[in-house]
Design a protein around this ligand. Sequence first.
Ligand code: AR6
Length: 182
Amino acid sequence: MQTRVNKTRLTLIQGDITEQETEAIVNAANTTLLGGGGVDGAIHRAGGLTILEECKKIRAKQGECPTGEAVITTGGNLKAKYVIHTVGPVWSGGKRKEDTLLHNAYKNSLSLAKDKGIGSLSFPSISTGAYGFPIERAAEIALSTVRNFLKGYTFEEVRFVLFSEKDLNVYEEVWEKTVNRV
Ligand code: AR6
């Protein structure tokens, strides 16, 4: 699905985020910034060791990356020039500020992209894999955070890359609902 939010192209597709040619891709990392499974593992595998080296430098400077925050490295061997590493919350029932923290992860990634002058970026579905965040609730937060950000800023494109067809359907349905609510 492709649509426009003001002047920004918003795309929802099924695919592998490591193959995207947007200027940046977003990684669903953990606070250590040292890699892991899921998207994180795939990005480090495809991007090569440069990304890990840069993550280590960031750690040496600022320590771990708190949940909801974001940092940026180059894209190593990826098509994308940059990787924005953000940390989503671990789902633990919804009473530990998970919604706000997930919102912050998207918002801080978008702000970092804006500050760097990045024209296009791809997001995975942050926190809905190993971290167990219910996907429909996560999709509502992801899409509304992006939509609000795009009220005040224009990218060429913001893309959501969903790994499964099922996840893509959830995001598309949530998007339709959101649009109709406006
Ligand atoms: N492209 C796009 N989406 C993917 C890909 C891919 N190549 N691989 C998996 N997904 P997860 P989280 C989907 O677990 O929940 C890591 O170990 C996946 O199907 O990657 O934020 C980190 O180091 C799911 O829908 O991220 C952290 O410790 C979504 O990406 C922890 O997992 C997110 O799943 C973060 O957990």
